[in-house]
Design a protein around this ligand. Structure first.
Ligand code: FAD
Length: 305
């Protein structure tokens, strides 16, 4: 962790909430659903489909998980009412995975069934490695009954190629990511290049088995290799898309869009935004480094080189 990053991390919890809200406005749509919908409408006007995420994780108990599930159902309804090309994306521990796996499965099932009725999709997100097995079990059970669900796989984890091979045959939608959780070197790549290479290899394996792959990254060097991969395989936009986080490297999205690729934007919101953001920054200070560079106008714009 750099000195500046360490100093900023120490100060952040003491910064007044309204100041933090202004600082995070670029990355977080707001506290409530209407603000997130407004962002999605603006993104639609700019040609970007969306993803809706309610910030939060690690609920305290079953009642809280059920409340989160109701919020997600309401959010999905709002997307359908506005005919937005957008879907919902849920962290397993926000649906109570650590309370009980069967609770998380039940809530994902309810949401998937509800979303099927209103023509929406549900993404099961991936959290740190202690949850990977349970998340994949929940996803595979869910997928056996619902075709409007997808999963996330992390290229930094050594296990991901085996996980890809073990996924049951049939239609499959995967968001490939590097993985936001800093994992121990015994189980994960820690250097940038092996993480990139594993991202490309995993994406190739998924495309070969007919999966629809969402490349979730803001790494332009990786993006170039993924574009070469889809061109080499003659893939059209129904087989893949790019996904990006709200506020992160917009000029890069524009260059991908201009090149004919779909770029879907992840829009997080919710009353938990402050606690959640502080927790994430503390667990992965690299993110804060990115945010500081972006604030100083040194985030590389369209291209990092
Ligand atoms: P990096 O090398 O980390 O970043 C490339 C460049 O992008 C950086 O140099 C910086 O300029 C910029 N940048 C990247 N991140 C940020 C940021 N937060 N703020 C400001 N600038 C930034 N991870 C999971 O583990 N599970 C998930 O379910 C998951 N879902 C995701 C969904 C979407 C749509 C996206 C885009 C990411 C998701 N991630 C998830 C996070 C992902 O794993 C990476 O941690 C994140 O995308 C950063 O990696 P990168 O590929 O952009 O490359």
């Amino acid at each position: 962790m750099g000195l500046l990053t360490g100093a900023v991390l120490a100060v952040l919890p003491h910064v007044p909430r309204p100041v933090m809200r202004r600082l995070s406005a670029r990355y977080i749509a707001g506290e409530a659903l209407p603000e997130a919908l407004q962002r999605l409408e603006s993104l639609r006007a700019a040609g970007h489909p969306g993803i809706l995420d309610i910030l939060g994780e690690e609920v305290d108990g079953e009642a809280e998980a059920r409340e989160v599930a109701r919020d997600y159902a309401r959010a999905a309804d709002a997307l359908a009412e506005r005919s937005l090309d957008a879907y919902v994306s849920v962290k397993p521990t926000h649906f109570g995975l650590r309370v009980s796996e069967s609770l998380a499965l039940e809530l994902y099932r309810q949401l998937a069934a509800h979303c099927a009725r209103i023509g929406r999709f549900v993404r099961v997100e991936m959290e740190d490695h202690t949850t990977t097995d349970a998340t994949l079990r929940v996803f595979e059970t869910l997928r056996a009954d619902h075709d409007n669900v997808g999963i996330v796989l992390q290229s930094r984890l050594f296990r991901t190629p085996q996980d890809i091979a073990r996924l049951a045959p049939g239609p499959l939608s995967v968001r490939m990511v590097k993985g936001i959780y800093l994992e121990p070197p015994e189980i994960a790549h820690v250097e940038p290049e092996p993480i990139r290479q594993a991202f490309v290899d995993g994406s190739r394996a998924l495309l070969e088995r007919g999966a629809r792959v969402s490349f979730a990254t803001h790494d332009d060097r990786l993006g170039d290799r993924l574009i070469a991969l889809v061109r080499e395989r003659g893939m059209r936009s129904e087989h893949y898309e790019f996904q990006v986080l709200l506020g992160v490297r917009e000029p890069l999205w524009a260059s991908w869009r201009a090149d004919g690729h779909v770029v879907r934007v992840y829009v997080p919101y919710g009353p938990e935004w402050l606690a959640y953001s502080l927790r994430r920054l503390k667990k992965n200070p690299q993110i804060l480094g990115h945010v500081i560079r972006a604030a100083l106008g040194r985030d590389g714009g369209a291209r990092s080189r």
